[in-house]
Design a protein around this ligand. Structure first.
Ligand code: PBG
Length: 328
């Protein structure tokens, strides 16, 4: 027997002690549930690469929101999937108050005034080019895009959005969106900026779900290079100076260092987007019996919190809420 004054295992000897000294936890109010909206009626179609996640027509989406609210999931982010005939070069449909997306935002707020509704600001769901920005001669034109995005954001605020989520990675868009919102009387509408959004392979299932993959090229001229860390600090500084309320890192699991950097260096809350591919990997391995899906989910969410995120956007939100209820 040796003399060891410090035996870290003492703090692990029982479930009671382990939970007493537990450093990180998450609650259902930390989670945002991303939901997919499609045209039509009475539709609930599972996304094959994201088991348990569906594309809903508006009527079925409202039902699903009811379930979410009952589980305590009160913040949602909504993404639309439009048919090609609604798409053009200017993403015109994104400003149509009677269109699929904006009319649905309105109906959600009417039925669920206490739900916190976050939107997506980017051109890709409405653009015939499938890019987040305006395309001219094969290039994404920054400043024209930013003007379009600002109009889109104001239209979403008018429809009742609580949080505007620019996911496009154009330069200067947070500032221009902030000014446009304020000018139209929406100074209370928040901005959660996709601050450090990387050009990632982990968005694959999302693009399948919305049929929103770029029609040519890739998104590397606007989304960040996965090799870069310092650049995230620059993006965060700009977004904070331009008026963002919450900074987001995306994806989450391969970018825990970035989450940690932003949470240590900026006074704003940090959010992380646990993206479609990260969800799909856990589900696929669990379906094969290779990992315990529920335990892996909890470990993923904990690791994102441990890195410094306050908020997690995750397709696991409902399942995690069910788990947390069980855990009481
Ligand atoms: C597009 C957008 C994407 C996601 C959210 N908004 C995909 C992309 O940038 O191509 C990805 C979300 C996910 O993978 O879960 N504006």
């Amino acid at each position: 027997m040796f003399e060891l004054p410090i035996r870290p295992r003492r703090n692990r000897k029982s479930e009671a002690i382990r939970s007493l000294v537990e450093e990180t936890s998450f609650k259902v109010s930390d989670l945002i549930f991303p939901m997919f909206l499609i045209e039509g009626e009475n539709k609930k179609i599972e996304i094959s690469s994201m088991p348990g996640i569906y594309r809903f027509s508006k009527d079925r989406l409202l039902e699903e929101i009811h379930t979410c609210v009952d589980l305590g999931v009160r913040t949602l982010v909504l993404f639309p999937s439009l048919s090609d005939i609604k798409k053009d070069k200017y993403a015109t449909e994104s400003q149509n108050p009677d269109g699929l997306y904006l009319s649905c935002l309105k109906d959600i707020k009417l039925s669920f005034p206490d739900v916190c509704l976050m939107t997506d600001v980017a051109m890709d769901p409405y653009s015939i080019d499938g890019h987040d920005g305006f395309v001219e001669n094969g290039e994404i034109i920054n400043d024209i895009t930013v003007d379009i995005l600002a109009k889109m954001a104001v239209a979403q605020a008018k429809a009742g959005a609580d949080i505007i989520g620019p996911s496009d990675m154009m330069d200067g868009r947070v500032g221009v969106i902030r000014k446009a919102l304020d000018a139209d009387g929406f100074s209370n509408t928040s901005i959660m900026s996709y601050t450090a959004k990387y050009a990632s392979a982990f968005y694959g299932p999302f693009r399948d779900a919305l049929d929103s993959a770029p029609r040519f090229g890739d998104k590397k001229t606007y989304q960040m290079n996965p090799a870069n860390r310092m650049e995230a600090l620059l993006e965060a500084q700009l977004d904070m100076d331009e008026g963002a309320d919450i900074l987001m890192v995306k994806p989450a699991l391969s970018y825990l260092d970035i989450i940690s950097d932003l949470s240590k260096n900026f006074p704003l809350p940090v959010a992380a987007y646990n993206v479609s591919g990260e969800y799909a990997m856990v589900k696929a391995a669990a379906a094969n019996g290779w990992i315990d899906g529920e335990k892996a989910m909890i470990e993923c969410l904990l690791s994102i919190k441990r890195a410094g995120a306050k908020v997690i956007l995750t397709y696991f939100a409902k399942e995690a809420a069910i788990f947390l209820k069980k855990d009481l």
